[in-house]
Design a protein around this ligand. Sequence first.
Ligand code: IPE
Ligand code: IPE
Ligand code: MG
Length: 242
Amino acid sequence: MKTIPKHVAIVMDGNGRWAKKRHLPRLAGHQAGVEAIRRIVKAAVAEKIAVLSLFAFSTENWRRPAEEVSNLMNLLLTALQSEVKKLHKNNICLKMIGDQQGFSKKIQESIIKAEALTANNTGMKLIIAANYGGRWDILQAVKKCVLAVQTGHLTADQIDETIFSNYLATVEFPEPDLFIRTSGEMRISNFFLWQFAYTEFYFTETLWPDFNEKEFLKALTSFTQRERRFGLTDKIKEGSRA
Ligand code: IPE
Ligand code: IPE
Ligand code: MG
């Protein structure tokens, strides 16, 4: 039986290098990156992936030159305004995760609108992580836990992995089964830290704007060949984890 990952999480990296190779401004790389997002969303739907999460902007990316940050914010806003109808038409449910207080009012409003429009869609769930960091996520969860204890809704003893996960930004979603990072970098760069505990990792040299359906299928095939043991032995792992 072919095992399809339920949740695929991708660090879309290499836009800048793609542009540099072509003597183009970095913005051209980010624009080509949006094209790649369209392709991969389509491919993920075709492959019946339940949840696709894409790392679009990290909490550290604010440290880039102001012009690049501004270009990325404009792209995010345009994408939110122009792509959402298409997502809706395809029955995709959009969820943005990250610290949205960092965004302009205009972006914050577009996020609310986009999520509301697609909220009842029953197809693939598309998570866009923007102004997201794994450390931010863990910290905001810790703060909520502390508050729940202070207000008497929880005791410190009750906090276990399940309860803690309920405070993470990914509460509604299964943990990622497959992590893909493009552009040859082999690091997490502060994406899902808690959630990656048992995720399978796949790295490719392909730059994100060149990433296509064929490459995506290659990653899925690699996943099907892995043996996931979750700390158990191969004999007893079957059926032990959903
Ligand atoms: C990924 O491409 C997009 C974002 C981080 C927003 P990069 O912009 O990091 O491209 P490289 O890594 O410089 O090639
Ligand atoms: C990770 O890529 C963040 C996103 C793709 C949004 P970076 O390009 O920011 O990561 P580093 O700096 O190479 O680790
Ligand atoms: Mg990069």
